[in-house]
Design a protein around this ligand. Structure first.
Ligand SMILES: *Cc1c(COP(=O)(O)O)cnc(C)c1O
Length: 394
């Protein structure tokens, strides 16, 4: 079996698992308790906070633990929006291809009277900092742009966008769930005010994540209760999960160079192989993409059938984000980069991990070639295209 869906979730690292298990066995106190058991857990929690802060250039007090990327996105955006509202600012700038954790939160704010500007992401899947600047108004409360897109892997000019936001005094949030642990991220150099990350996207446990909020930025709690996380997130902390997330992140960040050196050539080899398929195209910029992402469209087929047949061959892949699979609408990300519906339906995302071998990469390319050809063999859309009854787009 080949697991090529690391953008959906990753396997926990051995270090993360052993950290988690040993804490579950020995350090089960409540970090809010004053006796030794509790204080031991509290130490583990604060060490994890320091390690996580250190891996993105933040300080420990700027990190709050959440249940994952979705919660961090919700809290960052809602906090910034409500702070803006107090000063009469009810405009938010974002992009058309954000994760649903961002887009649905924005929809909710729109229903409450906020005005949302969603910027174009162009055919290469990259937002322009200049367009962000042009969209900023007197009443802009927040700019939120993802660091790396989860479907097509393109890396956004975060540092430039952050600089534009600083220049205009507007808060800047980035959903960095697909960036943290995969490429180098530094909140100070990148001019970031708020950042969301998720443990299970970098070999940590599911149900863990964190939100970075630059010193001085007030966060509204989404969950009311005890005074945990200095009143910003109530509920007894998931100590083993948080420590395992920190261990996974430390490991990932210390291996970023070898990760890139190992994966980039494999990624490019798969891209070159898939390009040999007629009427296919890579989604998103070829250069400015994370080391593990390969996203393609193939004309005349359905992505869902492609996935099922790849599964039969032992390959786990995706045709878009897990949240949209099961629905008949094509991916909003592919539509945002200008793919028409028919083309967007024939999509495939392979997100490879560092354990992939050269043989497995070759196996993937051959399997996709076979399956695409097989599916086109009885696709009415493909038959019409071949007969000249429709026009090829790719
Ligand atoms: C996975 C993902 C999320 C959601 O993170 P969870 O921890 O699963 O809630 C948010 N944004 C992006 C870009 C993602 O890839």
């Amino acid at each position: 079996m080949i697991y090529a869906d690391n953008a959906a979730t990753t396997k926990m690292s051995k270090t993360a698992i052993s950290t988690m298990v040993s804490l579950m066995e020995d350090t089960y106190g409540n970090p809010s308790s004053l006796y030794e058991f509790g204080q031991k857990a509290k130490e583990v929690l604060e060490k994890a906070r320091e390690d996580i802060a250190g891996s993105i250039g933040a300080t420990a007090r700027e990190i709050i633990f959440t249940s994952g990327g979705s919660e961090a996105d919700n809290q960052a955006i809602i906090s910034a929006a409500k702070a803006g509202e107090k000063n009469g600012k009810k405009h938010i700038v974002s992009t058309a291809f954000e994760h649903h954790a961002v887009l649905h939160t924005l929809k909710k704010l729109e229903a409450e009277g906020f005005e949302i500007t969603l910027l174009d992401v162009h055919s290469n899947g990259i937002v322009s900092a200049e367009e962000v600047e042009n969209a900023i108004r007197e009443d802009t409360a927040l700019v939120t742009v993802m660091y790396v897109n989860n479907e097509i892997g393109t890396i956004q000019p975060i540092r430039e966008i952050g600089a534009v936001c600083r220049k205009h005094g507007v808060l800047f949030h980035t959903d960095a769930v697909q960036a943290v642990g995969h490429i180098s991220v530094n909140v100070v150099e990148d001019n970031i005010d708020l950042l969301s990350a998720s443990g299970h996207k970098f070999h940590g446990p599911k149900g863990t994540g964190f939100l970075y909020a630059r010193k001085g930025i007030r966060l509204l709690p989404l969950i009311e209760g005890g005074a945990q996380e200095r009143g910003r997130r109530a509920g007894t902390e998931n100590v083993p999960g948080i420590a395992a997330m920190a261990a996974a992140l430390k490991e990932a960040v210390s291996n970023l160079d070898s990760y890139k050196a190992k994966l980039t050539p494999v990624r490019d080899k798969i891209i070159a192989g898939l390009r040999e398929i007629a009427h296919s195209d890579l989604n998103g910029d070829e250069e400015r993409r994370v080391p593990g992402n390969i996203s393609f469209c193939f004309e005349g087929i359905e992505g869902e059938s492609l996935l099922l047949l790849l599964d039969d061959k032992g390959i786990a892949a995706s045709s878009g984000s897990a949240c949209t699979s099961g629905s008949l609408d094509p991916s909003h990300v592919l539509l945002a980069i200008g793919r028409v519906h028919d083309v967007a339906h024939g999509s495939l995302r392979l997100s490879i991990g560092e354990d992939i071998s050269d043989e497995e990469a070759d196996f993937i390319v051959n399997a996709v070639k076979e399956v695409v050809e097989y599916l086109r063999g009885f696709s009415p859309v493909w038959r019409d295209l071949q007969a000249g009854k429709g026009k090829f787009i790719l």
